[in-house]
Design a protein around this ligand. Structure first.
Ligand code: GDP
Ligand code: MG
Length: 416
């Protein structure tokens, strides 16, 4: 995956900016690299779309080259794709916390049991392992040995099982798992999946989640997965996060899943990433300082007003997208439409102002003739223009008050 993506950056060497045209080839490389890494097609499609949307819309950051900028965009999208944050294990309020591990043959369940006990023990928790794989006596012995290794007691019972019961297991593994879950009432139900199965891993997590309801996944054998498809797809496809990953056969080789570290590892360009982040930070600071200066000297004008309002409107339409996710809808489409309509209205009025009037709103405040002219030029009423001018001055007062609070100064009283 890493080397596949490299081709994409190389194609942007020597370009000045990212454009719709010059990202076509790099996007094709990214798409190919992800597919080769065994990420499923729908996920790849959404990913590529998200990256190209941002790449074209992104503003120039001083000193940052387009290829570096694209690396950063891809990085941030990778992090988002993998769930963004670290999903911690949940513990029950009153002990014990029951963690149920499930998964197909040979994926690494027994190993994970011992690794997880070791991991939690190091956090000062006291653990006990219960061998539930009664169908394979060897599995119990294996757990006992591993438990001894990490110094955690293992509870075993009833290793004698008739072949008929082994057959029963083959018939209804899912049903049996449902029963076990009902009896144990676990806080965490984690599906152990083998990273080497690629996009199949994401499909498995989905199936188990639909069938028995799980709280997350543990991805094992990440040390052997050179392609990375499983880690990338699980969250997006199944909706369930990867909570932990196994990176080797030793008892210490279990760690939380950090999407940002994983993305960094995939891209292998740590220096570029931190450079772009620093440049972005400097830009943000300069922007903020400039805005602050303007506010303090009451220079906040119609140009700034437009910039601010547009930024808010963009957030509005973003919220609308978020609103499509069930259970997250807060902003109604009607509200968003209303905000967009207001923005259009303001834009047309501000566009009818002369550059001088935009920079010195006082001119409009003082002259009814100017307000009348603006109104005529954009086909709105004088009252609407007066409202907009008043709004800007209100905003100046509000922002100044806000700065006063932030700087620990006194809050001036508003005069009418
Ligand atoms: P189970 O059938 O699901 O209980 O799987 P086991 O825990 O018995 O593991 C099957 C094999 O995978 C064993 O040889 C383990 O040592 C190996 N294994 C488990 N986890 C990892 C891992 O993260 N990396 C590597 N390289 N091997 C692992
Ligand atoms: Mg086992």
């Amino acid at each position: 995956l890493t080397s596949g993506l490299e081709a994409a950056w190389t194609k942007l060497k020597g370009e000045e900016v990212l454009t719709k045209e010059n990202i076509v080839e790099p996007m094709r490389d990214i798409r190919r690299a992800l597919l080769e890494a065994d990420v499923s097609l729908p996920v790849v499609r959404r990913f590529v779309q998200a990256v190209s949307d941002q790449a074209v819309g992104v503003g120039l950051i001083r000193g940052v080259k387009p290829d570096q900028q694209l690396v950063k965009i891809v990085h941030d999208e990778l992090v988002k794709l993998m769930g963004g944050e670290v999903f911690e294990l949940v513990f029950s309020k009153s002990a014990p916390t029951v963690i149920l591990l499930a998964g197909l043959q040979g994926v690494g369940k027994t190993t994970v049991c011992a690794k997880l006990a070791n991991y939690l023990k190091k956090q000062g928790k006291s653990c006990m392992l219960i061998a539930g794989d009664v169908y394979r006596p060897a599995a119990i012995d294996q757990l006992v040995i591993l438990g001894e290794q990490v110094g955690v007691p293992v509870y075993t019972e009833g290793t004698e099982v008739k072949p008929s019961e082994i057959a029963k297991q083959d018939k209804g593994m899912m049903d049996e798992l449902k029963d076990v879950k009902k009896v144990l009432n676990p806080t965490e139900v984690l599906l152990v999946v083998d990273a080497m199965t690629g996009q199949e891993a994401a499909a498995l997590v989905t199936t188990f989640n639909v069938e028995i309801g799980i709280t997350g996944a543990i991805l094992t054998k990440l040390d052997g997965d050179s392609r990375g498809g499983a880690a990338l797809s699980v969250k997006e496809v199944s909706g369930k996060p990867i909570k932990l990953v196994g990176r080797g056969e030793r008892m210490e080789d279990l760690e939380p899943f950090y999407p940002d570290r994983m993305a960094g590892r995939i891209l292998g360009m740590g220096d570029v990433l931190s450079f772009v982040e620093k440049a972005q930070e400097v830009m943000r600071q300069e922007d903020a300082e400039e805005l602050q200066k303007k506010i303090m000297s009451a220079k906040f004008d119609f140009n700034d007003f437009l910039k601010q309002t547009r930024a808010v409107a963009r957030m509005g339409s973003m919220t609308r997208v978020i609103g499509m996710i069930p259970g997250m809808g807060k902003v109604t489409p009607a509200q968003v439409r209303e905000a967009e309509k207001n923005l259009k209205l303001m834009e047309s009025m501000i566009e009818a102002m002369t550059p001088e009037e935009r920079e010195k709103p006082e001119l409009l405040a003082e002259s009814p003739q100017r307000r009348k002219r603006v109104a005529q030029d954009c086909g709105k009423t004088e009252q609407q223009v007066s409202q907009l001018v008043a709004q800007l001055f209100q905003m100046r007062v509000r922002m100044k008050n806000l700065m006063g609070i932030m700087e620990g100064g006194s809050i001036p009283t508003l005069s009418n």
